[in-house]
Each structure stands twice: as structure tokens, then as C-alpha cells.
Write a protein that binds this ligand. Structure first.
Ligand code: ZN
Length: 137
């Protein structure tokens, strides 16, 4: 067995029962890299320390044997990420179409609705809660 094979086998033994990198750990590492770049550009020591804390937390998560807890953290992160990226995409979509549509929220359930601009005042019914109300567009 060559030295490289021994090192590889040793690493595999070390990582047995550990999850390694998941999405949250990768996000922590990427955030740490971005923060350490910002800290070196703007000479901010506190941001540098924060980036080190992110690296440490990412390493802790990758080497942890408490798989159940790490899995739950990652699931919560993925849920947060999905919701955030959806609302960012919706925001940019609204900005793209803001000349074509007037956007507003249902007065009852706060669902976001839209009307083509220039239709005047219309009575509309919310698709979610069936509340009818007058709206200008
Ligand atoms: Zn509604």
C-alpha cells in the first residue's frame, strides 16, 4: 500500500459516521470567503473574525457525528433558502412587469394580486379567500 493509499484509507476511517459537506456547510464556507475578501478590501477586523467563525462552524458541522441534528439544520437552511430565492425571483418579476401591471395585496388575506394597468376601477375577487373589493389600476 502506497503512502497515498494509506492516507486515503485513514481519511475514510476518520470520516466514517460523519456527514461531510452539505449545502449549509458550503454556504457557510462561501460566506466566509466573501466576508474575508470584504474584510481585506475594507480593512475590517470584526468582519475577518466573523469569517473565521463561519469557517469554524462549517468545519464543526462537516466533522460532527450528530447526524440527526446536522440534517435538521441543513433542512431548515434549505427551506429558508427556497423561500428567500422565491421571493427574490418574484420581486424581480414584479419589477420587470411594473409598467404592464399594478400590484397590490388583498385587503383580507394579504395575497399579492395584480391588474393590467389602464383597466380603470374594477370589482375583483381574490382567488385565495374569495373576498370581493373595488380596485383601480
Ligand atoms: Zn384574499
Amino acid at each position: 500500500m502506497s503512502l497515498l493509499e494509506k492516507l486515503k484509507a485513514g481519511f475514510q476511517r476518520f470520516m466514517a459516521g460523519r456527514r461531510g459537506a452539505d449545502e449549509l456547510s458550503l454556504a457557510l464556507l462561501i460566506s466566509g470567503v466573501v466576508l474575508s475578501m470584504l474584510s481585506s478590501i475594507f480593512h475590517l477586523r470584526i468582519v475577518y473574525l466573523l469569517s473565521l467563525a463561519l469557517y469554524a462552524f462549517a468545519m464543526f458541522r462537516m466533522l460532527s457525528r450528530n447526524l440527526e441534528k446536522r440534517y435538521a439544520e441543513n433542512a431548515a437552511f434549505l427551506n429558508f433558502w427556497r423561500k428567500t430565492s422565491l421571493s427574490v425571483r418574484q420581486f424581480f418579476n414584479r419589477m420587470k412587469n411594473i409598467r404592464k401591471y399594478k400590484y397590490f395585496k388583498c385587503p383580507e388575506c394579504k395575497t399579492r394580486l395584480r391588474l393590467p394597468r389602464g383597466v380603470g376601477e374594477v370589482t375583483m375577487t381574490c382567488g385565495k379567500c374569495r373576498h370581493a373589493f373595488k380596485q383601480k389600476a
